[in-house]
Design a protein around this ligand. Structure first.
Ligand code: EPU
Length: 414
């Protein structure tokens, strides 16, 4: 990606459907006997990978524009192979629905990734509490259960993946399950919305206790996924760093939560209108510290982009990462562009500079790529970002949306 920096973003862009909501919803569709349609879905590499995962299970899945069609009638296989799981850890989501529908699941262990270790112990403890037997064999997790039974489950810490996985399995379990200390993210609330549309009985999603009353079967349904709050927040940060003013169709203030508050504290004027979000950057930029936390805390998926914004903000900002142990790979790349950021343990001390300068940089993961794009938009001169394919996992046509807002950005073959 080549970005010529220094242009204020101005105009309107549309926010697509949420990646982290649609991935579990695609898998949740397996819990029903009939077909489901999920609307407003983003065209992303992770969605295509999840379609492949569903196909290996015998399920028909296809994306037609922004509509996803999933027909689980042919569901008979119960294995998610290494080749797919290694490219996308969210493949682990198939465990819950497979256990509930077929009584068994065999999924490759996900292993670590660029942002750190990614254990799945909380998923497995949840399944065990529901009565499943778990065995680890030759790099695969094998789970079996004759009939899942509702249970009281207390998670050691809130996990988006474990909450989604166990919630899906519990929908068809016998009796009532309560999840204590679950993840409260909007994507979990959206998944619960989809499950309820299929006939599941769930209460308390979005709070610190979720109750799921098992039912004997679920039906396919028609559902629209929520807009992507991280895409919206990334575009707002891009507007802020370039001193611009933008309108984002379909953006929702409530889902942005603390990110909206931090942006306002920084100096962005942000309001919700009937069409979405409207934002314009004020004259003064203020440094705003953040610490990533499970929802409603500051999302780790915005940490890198926030750091890019603070790199050009006068004063000193402390950015602390508490979710992933290795999510500072963007720091050395931002420093190559002239930023002054020092890592101290799990914090980064960002001393704002007057200017960033275009440079060749390399993306290391999805959100790090977004941070480099954001920094490049405000840098003087041209930035060349390699390994930009990371971006396509979670941002749909980001360069087109930014170009529509007046950025000079283009993709060239590497
Ligand atoms: N954890 C455990 N044991 C588990 C599961 C998680 O110790 O069994 C720990 C993790 O190591 C981490 C914390 O709990 O320290 C939170 O992990 P969580 O399970 O919530 O993360 P995830 O479900 O694997 C999702 C998103 C990530 C996002 C995190 C945190 C999807 C597909 N992925 O991952 O999104 O960073 O929640 O909000 O929803 C991204 O979109 O760039 C991305 C990485």
């Amino acid at each position: 990606m080549i970005v010529e920096g220094g242009r204020r973003l101005k105009g309107e862009a549309e926010i697509g459907g949420s990646k982290n909501a649609v991935l579990p919803i695609m898998v949740a569709a397996l819990l029903a006997k009939g077909a489901s349609v999920v609307r407003g879905t983003p065209r992303l590499r992770d969605v295509t990978t999840m379609i492949k995962v569903l196909e290996t299970l015998g399920v028909k899945a296809s994306q037609d524009g922004s509509d996803l069609h999933i027909d689980p009638k042919g569901l008979k296989k119960y294995e998610a192979p290494y080749d797919l799981v290694k490219t996308m850890r969210a493949s682990i989501y198939v465990m819950g629905p497979l256990l509930a529908r077929l009584g068994k699941a065999r999924v490759s262990m996900p292993g670590g990734c660029a942002i750190g270790q990614r254990p799945v112990d909380l998923h497995l403890k949840g399944f065990e509490a529901l009565g499943a037997k778990i065995a680890l064999k030759h790099g695969y997790i094998e789970a079996t259960a004759k009939k899942l039974k509702g249970a009281r489950i207390i998670f050691d810490k809130p996990s988006v993946g474990a909450t989604a996985n166990v919630m899906m399995a519990a929908c068809l379990a016998q009796g009532t399950t309560t999840l204590h200390n679950p993840a409260q993210e909007p994507e979990i609330v959206d998944l619960a919305g989809f499950l309820k549309r299929m006939g599941a009985r769930i209460h308390g999603e979005g709070s610190d206790c979720i109750e799921i009353i098992g039912v004997s079967s679920l039906q396919g349904c028609d559902y629209e996924v929520i807009p992507d709050r991280i895409e919206a927040a990334t575009l707002l940060v891009a507007a802020a760093i370039t001193g611009g003013s933008v309108s984002l169709r379909h953006g929702r203030l409530a889902d942005l939560g603390i990110v909206a508050e931090k942006l306002r504290e920084h100096g962005l004027d942000l309001v919700e209108t009937g069409r979405g979000l409207k934002a314009s950057m004020g004259k003064r930029r203020r440094p705003v510290h953040i610490t990533t936390m499970p929802h409603p805390g500051f999302p780790t998926d915005m940490q890198a982009q926030w750091m890019a914004l603070m790199a050009l903000t006068p004063g000193t900002t402390v950015v602390t990462e508490t979710i992933w142990e290795n999510r500072f790979m963007h720091v050395s790349e931002l420093d190559r562009m002239g930023a002054d950021i020092k890592i101290q343990g799990n914090s980064a001390v960002v001393s704002g500079v007057k200017k960033l300068f275009g440079a060749p940089v390399m993306a290391s993961d999805l959100r790090a790529s977004a941070a480099l794009v954001v920094a490049a938009l405000a840098a003087k001169g041209s930035t060349e970002i390699t390994r930009i394919y990371h971006l396509d996992r979670g941002y749909e046509r980001l360069e087109d949306k930014l170009s529509a807002l007046g950025a000079r950005i283009r993709r060239v073959p590497e």
